[in-house]
Design a protein around this ligand. Structure first.
Ligand code: GLP
Length: 231
């Protein structure tokens, strides 16, 4: 029995990987039960598992459908643009707002500035193939980017190109959170949808803090992937 349900799981995983596009319907429970010699209840348990893993979703009375693929976020120090390009998606930012504001206590502490020193605050809705994925609030010491930044594209590319600044190391924390109504609207999801809150302080070669960012990644579209070793 366990062997047969494991075979069904493998079969469905292969189908989700290679055979089905997001929102395609999976074969009905009845035909899976017949094909794999399993009871409907066992088929349902296998589908329950896939649903809990976010790989499929159910619509009452219609069946089971392939979910949206999640974008596995690696823990290397990468930019949003690099993450999306690596997955064959077109990165974008819309809308983008930029303001010069006093750092305040928290951002100032992270960037080693006094609270009254100016920072450039960028607020960007980051998109992949036009779809909102992440809401990002980034702060940079204004003194580091004297001419401002032209930000249709990648912040990291622009920092390297115009100011020769390359973030080399970052301290990053990831928290589970829910999106408040405004942030949810910006990401075009329902209010109080789950999200990852990623806080990053990035440092350049010389150990100077160059960025303090808070990014809200949609919980339904992201997974954090780690390769871990035991020595
Ligand atoms: C990620 C990080 C941000 C960083 C951004 C730069 O999203 N969480 O801290 O600012 O990448 O991305 P890009 O170079 O595409 O603007």
């Amino acid at each position: 029995m366990a062997g047969k349900s494991a075979r069904l799981r493998e079969h469905l995983l292969a189908l989700l990987r290679d055979g089905l596009a997001p929102h395609d319907r999976l074969p009905p429970e009845r035909s899976l039960a017949e094909e794999f010699g399993l009871s409907r209840l066992t088929v349902r348990r296998v589908l329950d598992e896939l649903e809990q893993e976010g790989l499929v979703y159910r619509v009452r009375g219609s069946g089971t459908f392939a979910g949206e693929p999640r974008i596995a976020k690696s823990v290397e120090l990468t930019s949003f643009t690099e993450d999306m390009r690596a997955r064959g998606l077109r990165p974008g930012s819309s809308p983008v707002t930029r303001e010069l504001v006093p750092a305040g206590a928290d951002v100032g502490y992270a960037l080693r500035l006094s609270p009254s020193e100016e920072v450039l605050r960028l607020t960007r809705v980051r998109t992949a193939d036009g779809e909102p994925m992440c809401l990002e609030r980034t702060h940079l010491p204004a003194a580091l980017v004297p001419g401002g930044l032209d930000l249709d594209g990648s912040l990291y590319e622009e920092l390297a190109r115009r100011y020769d600044i390359v973030p080399r190391r970052a301290e990053q924390t990831i928290n589970a959170t829910v999106l408040g109504p405004d942030d949810a609207e910006a990401l075009q999801v329902a209010a109080f949808s789950p999200a990852f809150l990623v806080r990053r302080t990035a440092y350049d070669d010389r150990g100077r803090p160059v960025e303090r960012a808070e990014s809200l990644y949609r919980g339904d579209r992201y997974a954090y992937h780690l390769t871990i070793y035991r020595t």
